[in-house]
Design a protein around this ligand. Structure first.
Ligand code: FES
Ligand SMILES: [Fe+2]
Length: 349
């Protein structure tokens, strides 16, 4: 079978990952179409409720299976009704009448391993022999005293630029002026570490104030512990902890759809004691607005990158970008990760 190479064919080790395909809540018995690394996929739940995933392309005349139906445990093509079991084998060709169960093509529709965890459905896009035990563990999912919700947002940007934006502090006083942080030229020392598959930033910013939500998340003005974490190949986790028992965590799963197209599953996770129910009402419109601002600035940046290529002038505050790019570039080129590194930086917001 020949086809134009997809991102999956050309992204080296970046395909060896569990990528989020959908929230668990959105996936039911009806086929759902998704694109990951330029591969068109169809997902559905089988009769036991388990998520299943095949390439979205019928063996017969190539119709998209995602526009078909699920009947018991089989997926039925919308064009001539070929039946497929979850492993991608054709089990019935209706036009062949009573013999249509025996005389199916021996070829299968490619299938992809799936997992359901942390309120998400994941698809393994790499070599099945390389599957790690489980996908990324969503922090404090369904833990006592913690609440979480998801937002799903399409970005016109690639995974690297999305992940870097989600960990970038200096932009918060411009892109999110008045919403997240306000410019006050406060000095912020930080340590940036690159590990084998991670970049970790630890900020010394204990009097940080996060927009008007500060009254909700940190009313007692306790010292703030802020860390930003990137996990290869596509996850960021931003932690704010206030004193001993209040926390606010933003975890972003960046699913590569096509070049300069990323679907981001953002988990907002918090533990705010008696303010939990109020936070569940107030935080969604607030976080939605902040993400909308990032969507716009990343589309703005992607336009220039597409026109002129990547030529950056980095400052100390960009150390984490340089580290993230070095890890992702090595994986893209199929090389082992660069050596661990660490630097102390200072910037002002
Ligand atoms: S194209 Fe799918 S059954 Fe004909
Ligand atoms: Fe942002």
């Amino acid at each position: 079978m020949t086809h134009t190479p997809s991102m999956r064919d050309t992204c080296g080790l970046l395909r060896e990952a569990w990528y989020v395909a959908t929230t668990a809540a959105e996936l039911g018995r009806r086929p759902l179409a998704r694109t990951i690394l330029e591969e068109d996929l169809v997902l559905w739940r089988d009769a036991s409720g388990a998520p299943r995933c095949l390439l979205d392309r019928c063996l017969h005349r190539n119709a998209r299976l995602s526009e078909g139906t699920v009947d018991g445990d089989v997926l039925v093509c919308p064009y001539h009704g070929w039946h497929y079991e979850a492993g991608g084998a054709c089990v019935r060709v209706p036009s062949r009448g009573p013999e249509g169960r025996e005389r199916c093509p021996s070829q299968r529709v490619p299938s992809f391993p799936t997992r359901e965890a942390g309120g998400l459905v994941w698809v393994w896009m790499g070599d099945p022999a390389n599957i790690p035990v489980e996908p990324f563990s969503m922090p404090f999912w369904h833990h006592d005293g913690w609440r979480s919700y998801y937002m799903v947002t399409p970005f016109s940007a690639d995974v690297t630029d999305c992940a870097e934006n989600f960990m970038d502090v200096p932009h918060t006083v411009y892109t999110h002026a008045g919403w997240f942080r306000s410019q006050s030229q406060k000095r912020v020392p930080a340590t940036v570490e690159r590990r084998e598959r991670e970049v970790l930033v630890t900020y010394d910013h204990s009097n940080d104030v996060i927009g008007f939500t500060h009254l909700l998340v940190n009313p007692r003005r306790e010292p703030v512990r802020h860390t930003d974490h990137f996990f290869m190949p596509n996850v960021t986790r931003v932690d704010y902890h206030f004193g001993a028992d209040r926390s606010f965590i933003i975890t972003s799963q960046c699913t590569p759809v096509r070049p300069a197209e990323t679907l981001v599953y953002t988990a907002i996770t918090f533990r705010l004691g008696l303010a939990n129910p109020l936070a569940r009402l107030v935080l969604p419109p607030y976080t939605r607005q902040v993400i909308r601002q990032d969507q716009e600035i990343l589309a703005n940046q992607a336009g220039s990158l597409a026109r002129y290529g990547r030529a950056f002038h980095n400052t100390e505050a960009d150390a984490l970008h340089v580290y993230i790019e070095s890890l992702r570039r090595a994986a893209l080129e199929g090389r082992p990760p660069p050596k661990p590194a660490r630097c102390d930086i200072v910037f002002h917001v």
